[in-house]
Design a protein around this ligand. Structure first.
Ligand code: BGC
Length: 417
């Protein structure tokens, strides 16, 4: 009897404690497309199952540029959210400005250093302390395709070189379809450009140009050739690319208007949300010449400094659930990425995810694992913005030569750096 009584009191006490610590936290993110919203919702539900409340702060706009602008204005006015989706070097920038909290407590308890790669761990630490939690690994250099459209154009398999790509594009055009679906927004232009450039130049060149910002690499023949190939892609797109969102471009592949899209594997989230099966209803392959490359893009949730003990607890609970093995598996299947924990088996993931993990392992052993500049993993936000401007202006200006664009790239980077 006594034991039962003690247990009951204990349980009531535990409930009271967790009630006292339950809190509302505002979470800023830019996951608003069909597939993205499903994934965000999974996280919200899991957090709420722990008794906390997720106050949604979704800022539409693929790639997160608008979200970052809104975050800045909220922080400047002294009212940042408790949690925000931020990536790469920008996490350090927020840390250096003194905005971020410290979640070492949960990281040590769960031994994060034992299952995150040193690079991933370093990206989420500020001065050696965890301030953020990584949730996924997206690969950028993918080519997505509609097999029925390829079939109607008489094409077997996806192109592995740019010559093959342009030859296929002609056949697709003749068969009455748009060869390449694209959205003309700076981050999408930069996404396609970096994929072309890493294929033509390889890992070492990519790093010299887009990580070390070496002026010789930025103005090299390899860069000029990459810019020319990139601009040629414009001829494989439709006339209405200006301002189009990335997920509308993915829909064009899904509904058979267009044959292919070059985009990170959040595009797979859209195919999955439409109920399609990888390898049957849609195809995924490394973009031409990038089979050995893995351009990575890791989403992280960053914890802002909070005074309230309940909010702090909610941040720790959110971080803990994000890195739990179960959540890593279910979430990443929906989001299109692969788990950030390399100890999560992919047996019941689709074929694209399995290919992604293989490519990640192979690229890590060779020199093909590179941080995506277009997705904020490689350089500061100001340098990234400068690169976006040059790439987009070049893509939209029929008069600008690749040589001029390469020179502008080097000077813009110098000015911003
Ligand atoms: C993010 C992805 C997101 C994509 C499109 C990328 O920068 O890392 O999570 O799905 O932008 O919005």
């Amino acid at each position: 009897m006594k034991t039962i009584h003690t247990l009951a009191v204990g349980a009531a006490l535990a409930a009271a404690v967790s009630q006292a610590q339950a809190a509302e936290i505002e979470v800023l993110h830019w996951w608003t497309s069909g597939g993205e919203a499903k994934a965000a919702n999974m996280l919200k539900q899991k957090l709420e199952a722990k008794g906390h409340t997720w106050k949604d702060f979704a800022v539409a706009g693929g790639g997160g540029d608008s979200a970052m602008t809104v975050l800045k204005s909220r922080a400047i006015s002294g009212n940042p959210p408790a949690v925000a989706q931020i990536k790469g070097p920008l996490i350090q920038e927020w840390g250096e400005m003194g905005f971020l909290g410290n979640i070492d407590k949960i990281a040590e308890q769960e031994n994060w250093d034992s299952f995150l790669t040193p690079q991933l761990a370093a990206d989420d630490k500020v001065e050696g302390h965890y301030a953020a939690v990584p949730v996924n690994i997206h690969r950028i250099n993918w080519l997505w395709a509609n097999p029925e459209v390829l079939d109607k154009a008489g094409i077997e398999g996806l192109p592995t070189t740019w010559d093959e790509f342009f030859a296929d594009a002609e056949k697709i055009r003749e068969a009455g379809f748009i060869p390449l679906a694209h959205g003309g927004q700076p981050w999408q232009d930069a996404t396609v450009f970096e994929v072309v450039m890493m294929g033509i130049g390889g890992g070492e060149f990519y790093r010299r140009a887009f990580v070390d910002l070496d002026p010789e690499a930025l103005t090299s023949d390899t860069m000029v050739e990459s810019l020319k190939t990139f601009k040629k892609l414009r001829g494989t797109m439709d006339q209405n690319i200006a301002g189009r969102d990335w997920n509308q471009a993915t829909s064009m592949v899904i509904n058979g208007e267009a044959a292919m899209q070059i985009m990170g594997d959040w595009a797979k989230g859209e195919f999955t949300a439409a109920g399609l099966t990888a390898g049957e209803d849609y195809l995924c392959e490394a973009a031409p010449m990038t089979e050995h490359m893995f351009s990575y893009n890791v989403d992280s949730f960053v914890m802002f400094e909070v005074d309230d003990a309940g909010k702090k607890q909610a941040q720790l609970d959110l971080a803990s659930l994000i890195l739990s093995k179960d959540f890593q598996a279910t979430f990443n299947k929906t989001k299109g990425s692969i788990p950030v924990r390399l100890d999560v088996p992919l047996d019941d993931f689709d074929s694209c995810a399995k290919d992604s993990r293989k490519a990640f392992d192979a690229a890590s052993e060779g020199d093909g694992l590179v941080p995506s500049l277009a997705h904020g993993m490689a350089v500061s936000a100001s340098v990234q913005g400068a690169v976006f401007d040059v790439i987009t202006n070049f893509f939209n200006d029929p008069e600008m030569t690749a040589e001029t664009a390469a020179e502008r790239l080097a000077s813009a980077v110098r000015a911003a750096g």
